[in-house]
Ligand binder design. Structure first.
Ligand SMILES: CC(C)(COP(=O)(O)OP(=O)(O)OC[C@H]1O[C@@H](n2cnc3c(N)ncnc32)[C@H](O)[C@@H]1OP(=O)(O)O)[C@@H](O)C(=O)NCCC(=O)NCCSC(=O)/C=C/c1ccc(O)cc1
Length: 547
């Protein structure tokens, strides 16, 4: 088997291999994510802050994180949470969030999250699917959850008060430590996948341990063994995989510090970057857009400590990349790419510079990729584009209780379909051209058209509907509804927008409507989304010619 050194492509198998030497992943089959991340702590790490709250300045050191994880685990046990039980967290970012993740996983329970902006019916659907025994939430979000669960509903603050009050007893808890195998489920993280409604991704301890090791391997190489000196800022949600993988798996593995921002605003972020001398800032494209606008608005932001801004979660326009580099010449802008289904980033820009930053980087160690021609299934060599499929240790176990969706996403050989149209160049750099999957990305949040179509069809005056992405400078894309009104209906755009608004989380709102005679469908009834997207392009041309 001959692998081409530059691209990592093997012509005889059609597989692309990571160019990184694979680090040895932990071989012990009985290892949990918390034990892997926190067991061996050097004396100098014990007193180093792992997490800092940007507003209050409160912090949790690595030593405290370890002991509080054990106490949180004991407190959960005392509440009746057992191995295999699901614990759902409905909370925005906070200093306690990572501790809750680790505490739940420490006793072999399963950690799950929901966006706190979800409506009561959206939360109810998720609760019915994962059946949590305990929900931890905040006062603000409690009313939406009251009565939805037969188990316990506890405030994060109350839970934390309990944890902090019981700390001295943690030795008794330690003695009852559970032996957890790498194959056990650690988390259920919801994702729309390539099609349909939200589904729970089953993440094993082994998946998350692999992600931690692989991120740490690349970051250490990039920082010449001094990755612990970096200070990260967390402005993206920890309840999604992008945030969770970077700020819990990656950062703890390299023993860096994370400054957590509870509620994002560009002003708060910039003040905190300066105050805490942040060096690496993972963001999503709308934040880059805001940073560029701010600089163009001549506000004096220097971001002197910042070395790298890492953008992911949705496509970043080339123009904005160029503007950003002009506005902030001392800051390297790089991209990375991953899915909830890959448990975090699977490509990283490891120091690429110049024009190459339009690439999403190279495959992380231990990852294999294929570029598959969509029509024929043929495997393609460098510079030819097709669907990116990936295989390796961080790839999910499957979708929870959903064999059908799992077998569509992952084939028998373990290849995950990403639903993204990509090519890999002769140097092994990966580029995304387009999305084959149905997803819409509003501010890098996933919006599943099928979910909004169901809401639209529930309106008595709507006969048929389809939802497609419509480009938007600030949000990346907005959901646009194509609607067929029932006969004699005079339903207006604003009425439809308001109707959907009452039923879904704010980021899923339909923000534009067009009325059609019919929705183009295949003979089997499938919406022909490409045709509709062409129509949306036509609409834009029409609008701009009228301006
Ligand atoms: C920081 C952002 C960019 C901006 O925040 P924002 O502008 O303050 O707004 P929000 O997003 O918090 O809120 C959305 C909407 O809800 C509204 N909202 C707010 N709270 C309220 C309220 N209490 N009442 C009613 N309305 C409200 C808010 O005003 C806003 O409305 P609008 O202005 O119309 O957009 C935020 O959108 C954000 O964090 N986006 C990132 C999302 C994200 O993490 N995506 C990744 C998903 S996981 C995944 O798919 C991939 C995994 C992955 C893995 C590895 C990788 O490398 C890459 C990816």
């Amino acid at each position: 088997m001959k692998v081409l050194a530059e691209s990592g492509f093997c012509p005889s198998t059609g597989i692309y291999h990571s160019k990184w030497v694979s680090p040895l992943l932990p071989q012990n089959p009985y290892l949990s994510l918390p034990s892997f991340l926190l067991s061996p702590l050097l004396p100098k790490t014990l007193h180093k802050p792992a997490f800092i709250d940007s507003t209050s300045g409160d912090s949790v050191t690595y030593g405290q994180l370890r002991s509080l994880t054990v106490t949180a685990a004991c407190t959960l046990r005392a509440l009746g949470v057992k191995r295999g039980d699901v614990v759902l967290i409905v909370s925005p970012n906070s200093l306690h969030f990572p501790l809750l993740v680790l505490g739940v996983m420490y006793i072999g329970a399963i950690f799950s999250t929901a966006n706190p902006l979800h409506t009561r019916p959206e939360l109810q659907a998720q609760i019915q699917d994962s059946n949590p025994i305990l929900i931890l939430t905040t006062q603000e979000h409690k009313p939406k959850l009251d009565g939805l669960i037969s188990g316990l509903l506890i405030m994060v603050q109350t839970f934390m008060d309990d944890v902090l009050n019981h700390q001295p007893q943690h030795h008794t808890c330690k003695s009852s430590k559970v032996v957890i195998s790498q194959g056990e489920t650690a988390a259920l993280m919801y994702s729309s996948g390539t099609t349909g409604k939200s589904k729970a991704v089953v993440c094993s301890h082994g998946n998350l341990i692999a992600m931690s090791c692989l991120l740490s391997h690349v970051w250490e190489a990039q920082a010449h063994g001094e990755a612990c000196k970096d200070v990260y800022m967390c402005v993206v949600p920890l309840f999604h995989m992008f945030g969770l993988s970077i700020f819990v798996c990656g950062v703890l593995a390299v023993r860096s510090t994370v400054v957590i921002v509870q509620k994002y605003s560009i002003e708060e972020m910039l003040v905190a970057v300066e105050e805490y001398k942040v060096t690496r800032l993972p963001v999503v494209p709308p934040i880059i857009v805001q940073l560029v606008r701010l600089r163009n608005g001549a506000k004096g932001v220097e971001l002197g400590s910042l070395k790298e801004v890492i953008c992911s979660g949705a496509p970043l326009g080339k123009d904005y990349m160029e503007c950003f580099s002009k506005c902030y010449p001392h800051v390297r802008l790089s991209q990375c790419y991953g899915l909830t289904e890959t448990n975090g980033p699977i490509t990283l820009c490891d120091g690429v510079s110049g024009r190459l930053h339009v690439s999403i980087g190279r495959l992380i160690p231990c990852l294999e990729a294929k570029i598959v021609e969509v029509q024929t299934g043929k495997l393609l060599p460098p510079l030819k584009y097709g669907e990116l499929c990936v295989r390796g240790p961080p790839i999910m176990q499957g979708y929870f209780k959903n064999q059908e969706a799992t077998s569509i996403a992952i084939n028998e050989e373990g290849w995950l379909h990403t639903g993204d149209l990509c090519f890999i160049d002769t140097c092994g750099l990966v580029y995304i051209l387009d999305r084959i999957k149905e997803l819409i990305k509003y501010k890098a949040y996933q919006v599943a058209p099928a979910e909004l179509e169901e809401v639209l069809l529930s309106h008595p005056q709507i006969d048929d509907a389809a939802v497609i992405p419509y480009p938007d400078e600030e949000a990346g894309e907005i959901p646009m509804a194509c609607v067929v009104r029932s006969e004699a209906s005079k339903l207006k755009e604003i009425e439809i927008i308001n109707y959907v608004t009452t039923k879904v989380a704010p980021y899923k709102r339909v923000r534009k409507v067009v009325f059609l005679e019919s929705i183009p469908r295949s003979p089997s009834g499938k919406i022909l989304r490409r045709q509709l997207r062409a129509l949306s392009t036509y609409q834009r041309l029409e609008i701009s010619s009228r301006l």
